[in-house]
Design a protein around this ligand. Structure first.
Ligand code: DGL
Length: 278
């Protein structure tokens, strides 16, 4: 199975690309909804959560882990690769293609603060942003809007205008979606930035990289039966199933991952703790 994880439903924007490009591969998606958003946690906390989730996925048969979260990649990728033997595919904001494509010499990147603070992002800028102005903006609140399914909503539009209008006014012509939740706001984002700004979502490239890594390690699926598509959440099961089903456009049945949820602050009721079979 391909193990994929995120703080919540954001990584589904990567999962749908993996389904499209690798339709015969089994997938196991983990949404750490109990600890979402990761963007307001410390790098140490995110690292500890990522290790527990990767371990959880590997014990359930993941042959590769896709960290479908820029924030967890920034905080934990290096650590996960040192710790686990399975290949780990990570994400980074698509600064390289944006810098190659911009005609104005100005690109915008939206992501969480943790993503911008990480070494990965500093290295990206050093390598690819030469001669290009990269305007960065953390966007608190947007992840929660997506988790709540408020994709087309006045408050979401207000936040997007607040974060994006200054970049548009500064003359960007490319906008990098540096958080996997944001592709689900693509239509609302396009309304704010207008038709002259390219919007870059790295999810297709991450799925291509996953395919390459599977090939390189001789791990491509051998059987051609219908692929299994499993889901776990550490948060409210019904809420996750509803929003994930809506975002993916297919019915989603998930199981509750009590062992990852148990240290979460917040309210996880006992009723939620009944894991349903995979
Ligand atoms: N989807 C995430 C990312 O790509 C998570 C953001 C969050 O939980 O704050 O960064």
């Amino acid at each position: 199975m391909i193990g994929v994880f995120d703080s919540g439903v954001g990584g589904l924007s990567v999962l749908r690309e993996i389904w499209a490009q690798l339709p015969d591969e089994d997938t196991l998606y983990f949404a750490d909804t109990a600890h979402c958003p990761y963007g307001s946690r410390s790098a140490d906390e995110i690292r500890a959560l990522s290790v527990r989730i990767a371990d959880f996925l590997i014990r359930r048969g993941a042959k590769v882990i896709v960290v479908a979260c820029n924030t967890a990649s920034a905080a934990a990728l290096h650590h996960l690769r040192e710790r686990f033997a399975v290949p780990i595919v990570g994400m980074e904001p698509a600064v390289k293609p944006a810098a190659e494509r911009t005609r104005a010499g100005k690109v915008g990147v939206i992501a969480t603060e943790v993503t911008f603070q990480g070494e990965l992002f500093a290295r990206l800028l050093q390598r690819y942003a030469n001669g290009v102005d990269v305007l960065t903006r953390a966007c608190p609140g947007l992840v929660q809007q997506v988790e709540a399914g408020k994709l087309d909503d006045p408050e979401t539009d207000r936040l997007l205008r607040l974060y994006l209008q200054p970049m548009v006014d500064a003359g960007i012509d490319s906008l990098v979606l540096g958080c996997t939740h944001y592709p689900f706001l693509r239509d609302a984002i396009a309304r704010v930035v207008g038709p002259n700004v390219d919007i870059l979502d790295p999810a297709p490239a991450v799925a291509r990289q996953t395919a390459r890594v599977l090939e390189q390690h001789g791990l491509r699926a051998q059987t051609h039966g219908p692929a299994r598509r499993l889901f776990y959440t550490s948060g409210d099961l019904r809420a996750f199933e509803a929003i994930a089903g809506r975002l993916l456009g297919v019915p989603v049945r998930a199981a509750f991952a009590a062992e990852i949820a148990e240290n979460a602050e917040g309210t996880i009721s006992d009723g939620d703790a009944e894991a349903r079979g995979d």
